[in-house]
Design a protein around this ligand. Structure first.
Ligand SMILES: NC(=O)c1ccc[n+]([C@@H]2O[C@H](COP(=O)([O-])OP(=O)(O)OC[C@H]3O[C@@H](n4cnc5c(N)ncnc54)[C@H](O)[C@@H]3O)[C@@H](O)[C@H]2O)c1
Length: 368
């Protein structure tokens, strides 16, 4: 039985604690938050402890792994303390608020021989998983290009100011909802190699925090990715990924959860259309909220976390994926400042803390 502690009992930490509690092979040991009442809420109905200082979790020999679910500027300190204390870590997205900070986290995981996973839970949303499976199965033929979009209504959506203060969060829409979409683009098209982007902040006017980031990216195998992340999606929370091949296209969208698959035998040939509407999820969200969908994805992540620690190949994002997503955000910022495209370096062994993010390897092979 893997004993897990959760650091941070905000909206997401509460769901993380629930996901551990409902796992068959993990158990919730404790939740830490300086707001002790929040920690107590997160452990209520369980045998886990509520504590105010996360360092008590780090030094607890009975705990095997920690989930870091705090504001982004605290991730580095907590991940590094956890590794030094001999714990594996599942850190919320984004891994940290700068590339250098992410690298320090990966280096410590590597040195201490501990597993680092990153909470890119959109990989496990059924509509997104469907897109990944369809592309991998070759159902739409050879992958030609991706269209990726993620947005919500920005500051109107946030409960705490750390979400939009760039000195804490590392940026705006790109580091927030955009980081999920960057990861999904890599997940489906393989590694992103080149970024040409524009960031603007004319809507919410927060210095250093873009409310729109648009880009053309290119995968290592040359697949173009048309990308937008935004804090001015007035419809509300929307994420969409569309993959186009010579024999069809597939769309994955949320919210609501939806897929469209169009297939043809040859370019321009007779087409078949399939729509998947996920009525069970839509009704459950109407009755019990969007949190139930997030919780399902967190439950999958916990199950995969145990397997990743055991050295199995899983679809859970690893440390490299966490770092690369922040590198892509940074490249977009740099490209916007310089009006030039940016080419990203390749993965080096020193930066690989993961056991096996097999989903990425499959995506890279597939799109070649
Ligand atoms: N995976 C997703 O879909 C998703 C969605 C939203 C947010 N997130 C990420 O989850 C993380 C938490 O976001 P949130 O919305 O729950 O934030 P939140 O502001 O609701 O909660 C943060 C919690 O951290 C606690 N905290 C602050 N300092 C602490 C410390 N020193 N020790 C322990 N706890 C401390 C706060 O008291 C608060 O309870 C962030 O990294 C965020 O980017 C992920």
């Amino acid at each position: 039985m893997m004993r897990i502690g959760v650091i941070g009992a905000g909206e997401i930490g509460l769901l993380r604690a629930k996901s551990v509690e409902s796992d068959r092979v993990a158990s919730l040991a404790a939740v830490a938050d300086p707001d002790l009442a929040a920690a107590q809420r997160a452990v209520s109905g369980t045998s886990a402890k509520a504590i105010s200082d996360y360092r008590d979790l780090v030094s607890d020999d009975q705990i095997d792994a920690l989930i870091v679910s705090t504001p982004v500027h605290l991730h580095e300190e907590m991940c590094i303390a956890a590794f030094e204390g001999g714990k594996h870590v599942l850190c919320e997205k984004p891994l940290s608020n700068s590339v250098e900070s992410c690298k320090r986290i990966l280096a410590t995981a590597e040195r201490t021989g501990k597993t680092l996973a990153v909470g890119f839970n959109h990989r496990f949303y059924p509509a997104m998983k469907f897109v990944k499976d369809v592309v991998e199965a070759g159902t739409i033929g050879r992958l030609d290009h991706l269209r990726v979009f993620g947005g919500h209504d920005g500051l109107a959506n946030f409960r705490a100011d750390w979400n939009y203060k760039s000195e804490l969060s590392g940026g705006g829409a790109m580091m927030d909802v955009g980081i999920h979409m960057t990861d999904l683009a890599r997940f489906v098209a393989g590694e992103v190699k080149e970024v040409f982007g524009v960031a603007s902040n004319r809507v919410w006017n927060v210095p250093g925090s873009e409310d729109n980031a648009v880009a053309i990216m290119k995968s290592e195998s040359g697949v173009p990715i048309i990308f937008q992340s935004t804090w001015s999606e007035w419809i509300g929370y929307q994420v969409v990924i569309e993959a186009y091949g010579d024999n069809g296209m597939v769309r994955g969208a949320y919210a609501p959860m939806f897929n469209l698959l169009v297939t043809q035998d040859k370019p321009g040939g007779p087409r078949k259309k399939i729509k998947k509407r996920y009525p069970g999820i839509i009704i459950r969200e109407k009755l019990k909220g969007w949190q139930t969908t997030t919780l399902c994805s967190f439950e999958t992540e916990i199950a995969e976390f145990g397997k990743m620690i055991a050295g199995e190949c899983v679809a859970l994002a690893d440390g490299w994926s966490g770092l690369r997503a922040v590198e892509i955000a940074n490249a977009l910022y740099e490209s916007s400042r310089t009006d030039q495209p940016l080419v990203l370096g390749s993965r080096s062994d020193a930066e690989s803390s993961d056991k096996c993010d097999s989903a990425m390897e499959v995506a890279s092979r597939q799109s070649k």
